[in-house]
Design a binder for this molecule. Structure first.
Ligand SMILES: Nc1ncnc2c1ncn2[C@@H]1O[C@H](COP(=O)(O)OP(=O)(O)OP(=O)(O)O)[C@@H](O)[C@H]1O
Length: 227
C-alpha cells in the first residue's frame, strides 16, 4: 500500500502550517519525521489521519482520496498527544472498549498486545493509577492492537524506560515487516535513527530534506561489501 501526498497546504488563521508537502510513504517502511518544535510534524500526522482538513493538495491512500472518497484511512492506529482513556477502567477494559468499535480483534489479541508492550493483562489497577510510562505503553497498545496498515506515532518513546523503548522498537519492526506503513516523530535523534528506515526533515511546514537512516546505510554498505 501507499500514501501519496501531493502539494499539501494547511493554513490556520492565515498562518501557513504545512506548505506544499509532496511525499510518498510505502508499505513495509518506518518513516521518521525530524524537525524543531512547531515545525509541523504533528500537523502532517493529523492530516494523514484525517483529523484536519487541508486547504489544498491531496492525500491519496491506495487510490482513495482522503476527505473525498474516505473521511479517515480504512486501517490506521494513532498515538498523538494524550489518548483519552477512561480513568476508572483498567488497561484491558479500556482496550476492550476501543476494540469493540471495529470489532476486528478479541480478548486474545488484546491480552497479547498488552503483554507485548510490557503491561500485565490481568492488572487490576485502573488507568488513573498508572504511571506515566504505563500510560504511554497503553497508548501504544491501543494504536497497534489491530495491526493496522498505517501506524502514526507522535513521540512513541516519551516517558518510556530502556526496556519500554526496546519493546516499542521490536513491535514497530515487526509491524513494518508485516507490511504496515509507520510514521513517527521523536525528538531523540539517536532513537529516531535507530527506529526509522527513512527520515524526512521538516522546517516551517516544509519538507527540507530526506535521508536513509544510518543503520540502513550500514546494512546497504554491508550488502554491497558482501556481494
Ligand atoms: N490548534 C492550533 N491552532 C493554531 N495553530 C496551531 C494549532 N496547533 C498547532 N498549531 C501551530 O502549527 C504549527 C505546527 O505545529 P505542530 O504541532 O505540527 O509542530 P511539531 O513539529 O509537531 O512540534 P513539536 O516538536 O513541538 O511536537 C505550530 O506553529 C503551531 O503553533
Amino acid at each position: 500500500m501507499k500514501i501519496e501526498i501531493q502539494n499539501l497546504c494547511k493554513t490556520i488563521k492565515k498562518v501557513p502550517i504545512l506548505q506544499d508537502i509532496t511525499v510518498t510513504f510505502e508499505s513495509g517502511k518506518i518513516y521518521g519525521l525530524k524537525g524543531k518544535n512547531g515545525s509541523g510534524k504533528t500537523m502532517l500526522m493529523r492530516a494523514i489521519s484525517g483529523l484536519i482538513i487541508p486547504n489544498s493538495g491531496t492525500i491519496n491512500i491506495d487510490g482513495e482520496i482522503l476527505g473525498k472518497d474516505i473521511s479517515f484511512p480504512r486501517s490506521i492506529g494513532i498515538l498523538i498527544e494524550n489518548p483519552s482513556f477512561l480513568g476508572n477502567y483498567t488497561g484491558y477494559k479500556n482496550l476492550e472498549m476501543l476494540a469493540s468499535i471495529q470489532n476486528r480483534i478479541g480478548e486474545d489479541e488484546i491480552r497479547e498486545t498488552l503483554a507485548e508492550v510490557g503491561l500485565d493483562p490481568d492488572d487490576k489497577r485502573t488507568y488513573r493509577k498508572y504511571s506515566l510510562g504505563m500510560k504511554q505503553r497503553l497508548g501504544i497498545a491501543a494504536a497497534i492492537m489491530e495491526k493496522p496498515d498505517i501506524v502514526i506515532l507522535d513521540e512513541p518513546i516519551n516517558a518510556l524506560d530502556e526496556s519500554g523503548a526496546l519493546k516499542v522498537r521490536e513491535i514497530l519492526w515487526k509491524l513494518r515487516d508485516n507490511g504496515s506503513i509507520i510514521i513517527l516523530a521523536c525528538h531523540d535523534a539517536e532513537e529516531l535513527n535507530l527506529l526509522s528506515d527513512e527520515i524526512y526533515h521538516i522546517a516551517e511546514g516544509k519538507i527540507t530534506g530526506h535521508e536513509v537512516a544510518e543503520h540502513n546505510e550500514n546494512t546497504e554498505n554491508q550488502k554491497k561489501a558482501e556481494s
